[in-house]
Design a protein around this ligand. Sequence first.
Ligand SMILES: *[C@@H]1O[C@H](CO)[C@@H](O)[C@H](O)[C@H]1NC(C)=O
Ligand SMILES: *[C@@H]1O[C@H](CO)[C@@H](O)[C@H](O)[C@H]1NC(C)=O
Ligand SMILES: *[C@@H]1O[C@H](CO)[C@@H](O)[C@H](O)[C@H]1NC(C)=O
Ligand SMILES: *[C@@H]1O[C@H](CO)[C@@H](O)[C@H](O)[C@H]1NC(C)=O
Ligand SMILES: *[C@@H]1O[C@H](CO)[C@@H](O)[C@H](O)[C@H]1NC(C)=O
Ligand SMILES: *[C@@H]1O[C@H](CO)[C@@H](O)[C@H](O)[C@H]1NC(C)=O
Ligand SMILES: *[C@@H]1O[C@H](CO)[C@@H](O)[C@H](O)[C@H]1NC(C)=O
Ligand SMILES: *[C@@H]1O[C@H](CO)[C@@H](O)[C@H](O)[C@H]1NC(C)=O
Ligand SMILES: *[C@@H]1O[C@H](CO)[C@@H](O)[C@H](O)[C@H]1NC(C)=O
Ligand SMILES: *[C@@H]1O[C@H](CO)[C@@H](O)[C@H](O)[C@H]1NC(C)=O
Ligand SMILES: *[C@@H]1O[C@H](CO)[C@@H](O)[C@H](O)[C@H]1NC(C)=O
Ligand SMILES: *[C@@H]1O[C@H](CO)[C@@H](O)[C@H](O)[C@H]1NC(C)=O
Length: 667
Amino acid sequence: MLVYSIAISLLATISIALPLDKDYKINSNDITLKNNDFDWSRPTFNDDAIIETALQVLQNIDNSTLTDSCTKCKSRLLYGKALALSRPDLVPSIYEQWCLNTGNYSASTCATNYHRNTADNSSTGSNFADMLSLINPLSIDAEYWCHYKADKQCKVPKLPEDLSISHLWNDTKPEKAYHPPTVGNETMKVLHISDFHIELDYTVGAEANCTASMCCTPHSKTKKGALTANRSSVDDLYTALFEGSYYDLDGTFHQGEKITALNNISVPATHFGYYECDAPEVLINSSLHSIADFQRENNITFDFAIFTGDLVDHDEIAYTSYEQCVEAESIIFRDIKNTFDQMPIYPVLGNHDTFPYGQLAPYKSGFQAKFDWNADLLAELWMDYDWIDWDQAQIAKTHYTGYSINTKSGLKVIAFNSNAWYQKNEYAYINTVEDPDYFGTFEFLVEELLDAEANDQKVWLIFHIPISQTMMPPQAKLFTDLVERFSPYTIAHIFNGHTHRDEFQILYSNNNGTKESKLEDEVINVAYITQAVTPWVENNPAWRYYEIDTTSFQVMNTFNYYTKLNETFASNDEPVWEFEYNPRDAYEIDWPETSPLNATYWHRVYESIASNASVLQQYEGFAKRWSPYTDDCISTESCNWDICYVSSFTDDEYETCMKTYNYTAAY
Ligand SMILES: *[C@@H]1O[C@H](CO)[C@@H](O)[C@H](O)[C@H]1NC(C)=O
Ligand SMILES: *[C@@H]1O[C@H](CO)[C@@H](O)[C@H](O)[C@H]1NC(C)=O
Ligand SMILES: *[C@@H]1O[C@H](CO)[C@@H](O)[C@H](O)[C@H]1NC(C)=O
Ligand SMILES: *[C@@H]1O[C@H](CO)[C@@H](O)[C@H](O)[C@H]1NC(C)=O
Ligand SMILES: *[C@@H]1O[C@H](CO)[C@@H](O)[C@H](O)[C@H]1NC(C)=O
Ligand SMILES: *[C@@H]1O[C@H](CO)[C@@H](O)[C@H](O)[C@H]1NC(C)=O
Ligand SMILES: *[C@@H]1O[C@H](CO)[C@@H](O)[C@H](O)[C@H]1NC(C)=O
Ligand SMILES: *[C@@H]1O[C@H](CO)[C@@H](O)[C@H](O)[C@H]1NC(C)=O
Ligand SMILES: *[C@@H]1O[C@H](CO)[C@@H](O)[C@H](O)[C@H]1NC(C)=O
Ligand SMILES: *[C@@H]1O[C@H](CO)[C@@H](O)[C@H](O)[C@H]1NC(C)=O
Ligand SMILES: *[C@@H]1O[C@H](CO)[C@@H](O)[C@H](O)[C@H]1NC(C)=O
Ligand SMILES: *[C@@H]1O[C@H](CO)[C@@H](O)[C@H](O)[C@H]1NC(C)=O
């Protein structure tokens, strides 16, 4: 049995045994294979021949019976690296074709993952080639890639024990930093909005109950077997078919023309949106105007707002273009600015707010310039709108749209782009473990936090994706170390969006997944995860504001507002936005009026959720804003995962909890 070895000169003498039946050798610049068939230096070895050869090698790897799926996946990366170093331009065609040849994936999946980048479709083949040229295919980074980007072909590797970023701070945590901040006696109000996901091609009358992909668009397809009568005449459920409804610049609503002809639609998209669709602009403006109206009617002014990301919709790659990304970002920030005028908004970008989807390259990689257009566009736009100043805009341009703001009230808000650590980002697999701050985000955060700590200033960290959700495990671990170092004294709170659910997640210092390890005196901090305005998927649109203590900058209470979207399906009226709940009244925890809703408070809520099915039902109802799709948590076990979810901060903690209690995941 012959086992052959491929050595890549950039990796010095590292070699890997590939289970192949041809004898060949590859080095970085010119690939010379002993077997004449694979001699790439031959003059006749044109692009087609290279592609054909490469596909043959990849197929040989797949067909090998000598090894496991993890080694095969890493072998494909190793071979791919050799290709990417010499012919990066051919990598997308080779891997897209390889993907199709396996017969394991749909054409659209192969195109999404491997088709070369174009401005028209959100495919990541060129980003894959960039990643290949820099990844160490023999490291655990490659195992992470094979797990998260290649169907779990490798197991999640164990975290290296020496993983640390403590060199970034003084290793002695000062004594004061162990103390919770003093609470004052004055409050301010801060708005939190998130996840707008504008559907630019939202079409009134299109199929709203569609097959996989995005509904309410011209390309939505009716489910097989669904009743396709003219629903507006069959019953009165979906009669609000007004095409072209909009709000003008003054906030006045203009109803569009009623459409009457529907062709084989089972559920027609009505003008304010549907539970299986992203938000039409008119719904986004309705939510923004409801906030402006609320301020006016109650004589309240929000000191500022945070926006925790995701402007672009969830449509498939064929309908997601560079142009739409820029358009979605520009339209929504314009609408926000128009509605709130002088109120400062501190935004972050989400995983959808880039092109292609989820991608972001670090400076050190040399590929970062591919994403400058986005940081430049938004830094300039936010500066034009007076939300950040010139200096902060320069920081935003060089920190992937992250920045740090000292608000008028003395709070520091630090915003960063969580795509750096996102499992779907190809560039997150370069130096993941060797240089875990490859993006420089930790250095930026620590510098700002040390400065705040020295000045006894309080900090909010705002970013899109909660740490527990599809973040690279090394960076999730290091982020929790950072939160522990700067809590409770400096980091007042963490705010996220992304899940579209109204949730919270507690960080404990010794969480091993069991409830015995989640101790009240070991709580460190809590992440507030806010509701979405988009109804996708099966939620009522919502927003909230916080009452904030102006000394500790901790949340004293949260006020949640929502609209029952189904009430707009057969109505000529605009959505009605109403008060939903505040946690102090809803959860009835015995908690002093003068104490903030800090991690200790949320620990008590967790205990109540974990021990009382009706409280669990209430939590889940709030999570989805009591949409018609809210699960029954009392007579079924379908909400048990919430118990693990709220008491975990990393995916690892959540998974261990789920295994310990045999719960079934909802997502
Ligand atoms: C490899 O396997 C595929 C099916 O997965 C098969 O079509 C092909 O002929 C095999 N190739 C070789 C060289 O054995
Ligand atoms: C394709 O699917 C088969 C059957 O599940 C699996 O054995 C094989 O490893 C897969 N190949 C790739 C390249 O994903
Ligand atoms: C670290 O903190 C301690 C205690 O505050 C201080 O004495 C020391 O000078 C600091 N060291 C550095 C390198 O900043
Ligand atoms: C709030 O606290 C300040 C300083 O601690 C104090 O001077 C003031 O009287 C307090 N105000 C009220 C309404 O309790
Ligand atoms: C959507 O379609 C499915 C499958 O045909 C059907 O079971 C369901 O009732 C439909 N939903 C609505 C709201 O009509
Ligand atoms: C659907 O119903 C509406 C209202 O009853 C009617 O005006 C329209 O002609 C019908 N469309 C079709 C295609 O039957
Ligand atoms: C609105 O609030 C401001 C300051 O909080 C106060 O000065 C003003 O009198 C209030 N106006 C009304 C109409 O209540
Ligand atoms: C890319 O987008 C174009 C139009 O924007 C579309 O015609 C084409 O099918 C898309 N390609 C893929 C692979 O989705
Ligand atoms: C988890 O922590 C609890 C409390 O410290 C301890 O009693 C238990 O043995 C630990 N379980 C595991 C599996 O480590
Ligand atoms: C939360 O506030 C309570 C009451 O002020 C305090 O006892 C507790 O230590 C605080 N918890 C944290 C994690 O700061
Ligand atoms: C909307 O959904 C809620 C929750 O399921 C339900 O209570 C309400 O009756 C529905 N309203 C309409 C008009 O269908
Ligand atoms: C979970 O399932 C395993 C195996 O089925 C069983 O041994 C264990 O006792 C269960 N744990 C709980 C908490 O139900």
